[in-house]
Every structure is written in structure tokens, then in C-alpha cells.
Design a protein around this ligand. Structure first.
Ligand SMILES: [Zn+2]
Length: 231
């Protein structure tokens, strides 16, 4: 999978990562084929317990093995703990268990904090197993992040997502040679309506991806950006 688009004689500037939390069926069914169509990699943060999200969020999720099969196609599977618990509430031993198991089982060095919840204790414990961890603290990142265990992102929901806004941010990341990490949860299609507040219309997301695919901006996994920054 090419990591940089060529534009004229120049090389891509800036980078964008599309991150999808929780492993929803809608994402597997609609977003994965869309990204594959453009040959763009996505990042999918999946809890090890494949039933925890459908139980707590009442939305169908795709099986863990389906997500794992995407690794061969250049997508990244990020850790999202075992049981999607608030990591800041756990005793040291439990915290270690929730962090270590996914790192080993999913063979990943990228973490996404469940519910975006982290503190200094959680981040230091995460550093034992992960090179990077994404938060939902709003902001653009540097291509050499100052604090890879507290990566900022733009958490798009029904309330704050628009094609214009997302495209403008992508353009800004390109102009400033920075790293835009976008966080998504659910998408909804015309056939399947949902009232979930963290859902974004698929038709709009599609327009955003087609815009990004035409920009000389690299679309990369978190792992790719982090590994390059460590060279
Ligand atoms: Zn989550």
C-alpha cells in the first residue's frame, strides 16, 4: 500500500490517520471497503472482549477475527483494552492486565484509551507495552509527536462533523506539514438510521475520503507515522 501520493514533482506533506473506535459492524461493512477502494489504510481500535461493546453500546460489532484479517491488507489494529473499562479507575495489577493482553494478542504497539480516559499513571503503564496511544484531546499533532502516549485527535460526532470542516482540517494539515488524527465511532447509512450521538453520516464521510484521496497528503496508520518519527 503506497504511503505517499505523488503530486506533480513534489512529495506529500503532512499526514492523516483515520481511526475507528470499538469495532462496529457498520464500519466493517461500509468504511473498510471504501478505504480499500482508495487503497488507504485505516486504524481500528478493538477491545479483546468482542461482546463488551454490543452489550454496553447496544450496537452490533464485527467479530475480532474479521478485524484481525485486515492486518494483512495494510490496516492497523490498535489495542483498546480487554473490557473497555475506564483505565484511570483500575488498580495497578488490573491496569497492567488490560494493557498487556491486547498488546500480545493483537501484536500491536498502538493503544487507544477506552473512553479517551487516561492520566499520568495510565500513560506510564501504557509506555511499557506501547509506542503510541491516542486520546480524544482535541488538536493536530506533529509528525514527530512531543508525547506519543498522549496523541491528540479530532473526535468527530454527529454534532461536530461536516465535510467542509473535515476537509478544511485535512488541507490545513497538508499546508502546515502536520499530522491530523481523526477519531470516529459509528457511521450511519440511509438504510440504517441510528440516533447515536457519536455517529457520522456515511455519505459525508465518503465525500471527505474522496477529497483526502486527491490531496497530496499521506494517509497512514499511527504505527507508520510513529515508526518513521523514531528513525
Ligand atoms: Zn471505545
Amino acid at each position: 500500500m503506497p504511503s505517499h501520493h505523488q503530486f506533480g514533482t513534489g512529495v506529500a506533506r503532512g499526514s492523516i490517520s483515520f481511526v475507528f473506535d470499538d469495532g462496529y459492524q457498520e464500519i466493517y461493512q461500509h468504511v473498510v471497503p471504501l478505504l480499500d477502494h482508495y487503497q488507504l489504510p485505516g486504524v481500528f481500535a478493538i477491545p479483546l472482549d468482542e461482546h463488551v461493546i454490543s452489550k454496553t453500546e447496544h450496537q452490533p460489532t464485527a467479530p475480532l477475527n474479521d478485524w484481525l484479517s485486515l492486518q494483512q491488507r495494510g490496516h492497523e489494529i490498535a489495542a483498546h483494552s480487554i473490557n473497555h473499562l475506564d483505565l484511570t479507575t483500575l488498580a495497578a495489577e488490573q491496569l497492567e492486565h488490560q494493557l498487556k493482553e491486547p498488546h500480545t494478542k493483537l501484536n500491536t504497539t498502538t493503544l487507544v484509551y477506552p473512553g479517551g480516559a487516561f492520566n499520568d499513571t495510565v500513560a506510564s503503564a501504557a509506555a511499557k507495552h506501547y509506542l503510541a496511544a491516542r486520546t480524544v484531546v482535541r488538536g493536530l499533532e506533529s509528525l514527530s509527536p512531543a508525547d506519543p502516549l498522549r496523541l491528540k485527535s479530532f473526535n468527530f460526532t454527529r454534532r461536530n462533523f461536516s465535510v467542509f470542516r473535515a476537509n478544511a482540517l485535512a488541507l490545513y494539515a497538508w499546508l502546515t506539514n502536520s499530522w491530523l488524527i481523526e477519531t470516529y465511532h459509528l457511521i450511519h447509512t440511509a438504510e440504517r438510521k441510528t440516533n447515536a450521538s457519536h455517529s457520522v453520516p456515511f455519505a459525508d464521510f465518503k465525500r471527505h475520503v474522496s477529497f483526502v484521496a486527491r490531496l497530496p497528503l499521506a494517509v497512514e496508520t499511527i504505527q507508520t507515522v510513529i515508526q518513521r518519527s523514531r528513525l
